[in-house]
Every structure is written in C-alpha cells, then in structure tokens.
Write a protein that binds this ligand. Structure first.
Ligand SMILES: Cc1cc2nc3c(=O)[nH]c(=O)nc-3n(C[C@H](O)[C@H](O)[C@H](O)COP(=O)(O)OP(=O)(O)OC[C@H]3O[C@@H](n4cnc5c(N)ncnc54)[C@H](O)[C@@H]3O)c2cc1C
Length: 388
C-alpha cells in the first residue's frame, strides 16, 4: 500500500471491489468479449454498490469520495483484463457523467445523473466524427436553434457505449461558422426520433459497443443545452484533463498486471533445465519493465493528488497519457514475449491485453495531438484555463 496516497479505507475499498469483480464480472467476461456487449444486469449491480457515484455529489446519490477511490476503481478494472468492459464502465462514469455533473442543470441531474449513479441509465460521450476526431473544432455536426428547440444533424463515430446507452452527451456546432467558440454540449435521449447507431468491429476493446451514430433532424428542447451556448469546446478540454489522467492510470495498471503475470509465469516455466526467472537476460528485461511501470504509476498518483486538490492539470495529464500508454504498449509487448508461444494464445491473458492496450495512444487524444498540446505549453508558454 502506498501510504502517501492511500488510507486503510481506500485499501478496504480496493479489496471489496476486487472481490466484487471476481464474483460478479469475471465469470461473464469471455461471453461479453465474444458478443461485443455487456449485459444490462451488471450495470445495475455497479449502481447498487455505489461504484458509479464514487466522485459524485451525495445530493444526487453519489458518495462524494476523493479521487483515489476512482484511481482504485480504474486500476482494478484493468486487472480483470477486459479493456472493453472497463471502458464501458469508466466512459459512462467519467466521460458522460462528468458533463452531467459539471454542466447539467437541476432537471438534468435529477432525470439523468441520479439514474446514471444508480445504474438505471447508461451514457456515452460523442465528440469524434467520421471526418475527423483530432480536430475537435472542425466538427461538422450542427445544432440549429428553431424556436424552443435545437435541431441536430450530423454523425459521430467510435463512440464507447454508443449502441446500448440510454442517453448521449454530444458536442455540436451551434454556430457552424465559428471554430472553437461555435461548439455547444447537448443531452439527447436515445428515444429521440432521428437517432440511429451501428456497432463497429474492431481490434480490441471487444466487449465494448463502440458505435457510429447518425443524427437526422433530431429535435432537442432548448433545456437540453448543457452549460452556456458556445462554451462546449472549453468544457471538453477542461474534462479532458480527467479523461487523459484516467487513460494514464489505466495504462500503468494494465502494465503492472502484465509484469505480475509474467513474473509468476517465469517462476513456473522451465527451459534448459532452469526456471525462466533464472536467466539473466530475462531478469534484466523484467527489471526494466517494472521500473518503467513504477515511474508512471508514481507520476500518475502525484497528478491525481493535484487534480483532487483542485489544480488544473492539463499539461500533466497529457504527459501522463502520452508516456504511460506508450510504456504500457512496450511492457505488454515484452510480457507477451516472456510467455513464448503461450503469450500468443487466447487461453492466456497477453493476447487480449496487447490488443486492448493499443487503443491507449489513440483514444481521448492521440499521442501526436498530446505532443502538440504539450509543445504549446512548454515551448510557446501557452496557458490553458478552465471554462468560466
Ligand atoms: C475504441 C475507440 C473508442 C473511442 N471512444 C470514443 C468516445 O467514447 N467518444 C469520442 O468522442 N471518441 C471516441 N473515440 C475516438 C478517438 O478519440 C479518436 O479516434 C481520436 O481522437 C483520433 O481521431 P481520428 O480517429 O479521427 O484520427 P485523425 O484525427 O484522423 O488522425 C489520424 C492520424 O493523424 C494524426 N494527426 C491528426 N492531426 C494531427 C496533427 N495536427 N499533427 C500530427 N498528427 C496529427 C493522428 O495523431 C493520427 O495518428 C474512440 C476511438 C476508438 C478507436
């Protein structure tokens, strides 16, 4: 236990969450990976246990806990080795629900946030579009005011929980001529006429219903505008700090899982009459892998602490995601190698882990875009500020 960040309460939460995952989730993972969908009952169980409300206000049914409970939630989800299942859970709790919490009004909080905490409603966050995900300001989906409504047209793609969720938090241009300042955030109910979704087939995250979504003249009441019109881009960037740190934490956790698994395997497998953990070349490889995991984990914890203390950590969260996801890909690649042919087999965890990990440097801002942001901050001294 790292006592700088985790108390005994944190650790007892970790143990009970681990037990819950082993009992309620692990027996179903292979089925969900095959079917490309997570069954509805588990959402409700997460809700009943309070897992979707860890960082949410108590007045809406949340637990109002510090960010290290979220860190534990993320880490333990990675360690049951289904990046897709984990993504469904954290995209709901920390992408969609963060917008409800921060920009939703009282009605939206009552009608969507509380049921989301309870596991009765599932959400997704729709920013990326078929014509471009990195260039957020270049999005083409429009939301045009029409009396007391907005009419939404366009499409989104690669959306986690995009097919089976009950509501969509979407970014659209209220001023199609404007770039950053023309974007606003809306809540759309899945039942709204004109919303349709298609499930996408993909390399990893196979338990997750990643979807492409079309909006064809979807009429949304003006009350479903979240926050101020035109401030959508700032809200997105502000919440990206949490999302990117989440992806950094996920990366160090799955890399740690890979190292632990490889160490155990090496203590059992023999070659040339010796256990694998006796070969110096392999011992040095593991030493390097473990060191890289430790460096990222400690950095990520320190940034989680700063975020929890109310600091705006856009640069640090970008650095966390950039380096932790690269580290995880490298470490998992090497861990698979340590298992030899078994590393390549689906009966062992490394094959899925390798596939799932590859999304790290792509989703939620690619490594190239993160380098752009970091370069602007460290070279040009650009300062990003929270939306007001
Ligand atoms: C499984 C999965 C789940 C996802 N979940 C969600 C979700 O829930 N919600 C959501 O909104 N999005 C989601 N995404 C989308 C993800 O965030 C985007 O894929 C990502 O932001 C990149 O956008 P793009 O795919 O359009 O790539 P592009 O923007 O087309 O980029 C293609 C390549 O060009 C590079 N590139 C682009 N611009 C520059 C530049 N200026 N300088 C240097 N290099 C550049 C990129 O780094 C990339 O390597 C998900 C994606 C996947 C695969």
């Amino acid at each position: 236990m790292n006592t700088m960040y985790f108390t005994e309460e944190h650790e007892s939460f970790r143990q009970s969450f681990k037990d819950f995952l082993q009992k309620e989730v692990v027996p179903h993972i292979d089925k969900w990976e095959k079917e490309g969908a997570v069954e509805r009952f588990i959402w409700k169980k997460f809700g009943e246990m309070g897992y979707f409300g860890l960082n949410q206000p108590e007045e809406y049914g949340g637990l109002g806990l510090d960010l290290f409970y979220t860190v534990i939630f993320l880490e333990e989800l990675q360690k049951i080795n289904s990046g897709g299942f984990a993504a469904n859970m954290w995209a709901h709790a920390y992408l969609a629900m963060t917008h409800l919490k921060e920009e939703g009004d009282e009605r939206i909080k009552k009608e969507y946030l509380t049921p989301s905490i309870d596991g009765d409603k599932i959400g997704c966050l729709c920013i990326s579009e078929p014509f471009g995900g990195s260039d957020v300001a270049g999005m083409r989906t429009t939301a045009i005011k029409d009396g007391d409504n907005y009419v939404i047209n366009g499409s989104k793609t690669f959306i986690t929980n995009g097919v089976y969720s009950d509501y969509l938090v979407i970014a659209a241009k209220t001023n199609p001529e404007g770039k950053h300042k023309g974007i606003s955030i809306f809540l759309i109910d899945r039942e709204a006429e004109g919303v349709s979704a298609t499930k996408l087939d993909k390399l990893g995250w196979r338990a997750s219903d990643t979807g492409e979504i079309a909006f064809d003249n979807v009429v949304v009441p003006k009350e479903n505008l979240m926050g101020a019109e035109g401030l959508g881009f700032s809200y997105i960037m502000q919440h990206f700090a949490l999302e990117r740190l989440i992806m950094g934490v996920n990366a160090h956790a799955r890399a740690e899982y890979a190292v632990d698994y490889a160490i155990q395997y090496m203590s059992e497998r023999q070659a040339f009459g010796k256990h694998l953990n006796e070969f110096q070349a392999l011992r040095h490889k593991v030493a390097e892998m473990a060191s890289r995991v430790d460096m990222c984990r400690e950095y990520n914890y320190s940034i989680a602490k700063r975020l929890n203390d109310g600091n705006y950590v856009v640069k640090e969260a970008s650095m966390s995601k950039l380096l932790s996801t690269k580290m995880a890909d490298d470490v998992i690649y090497d861990a698979l190698q340590l298992l030899g042919g078994y590393g390549y087999m689906e009966d062992y965890p490394m094959a899925r882990l390798l596939r799932d990990s590859r999304l790290g440097p792509i989703g939620g801002g690619t490594s190239e875009i993160l380098k752009e942001i970091i370069a602007k901050m460290v070279i040009d001294k650009k300062e990003y500020k929270p939306a007001t």
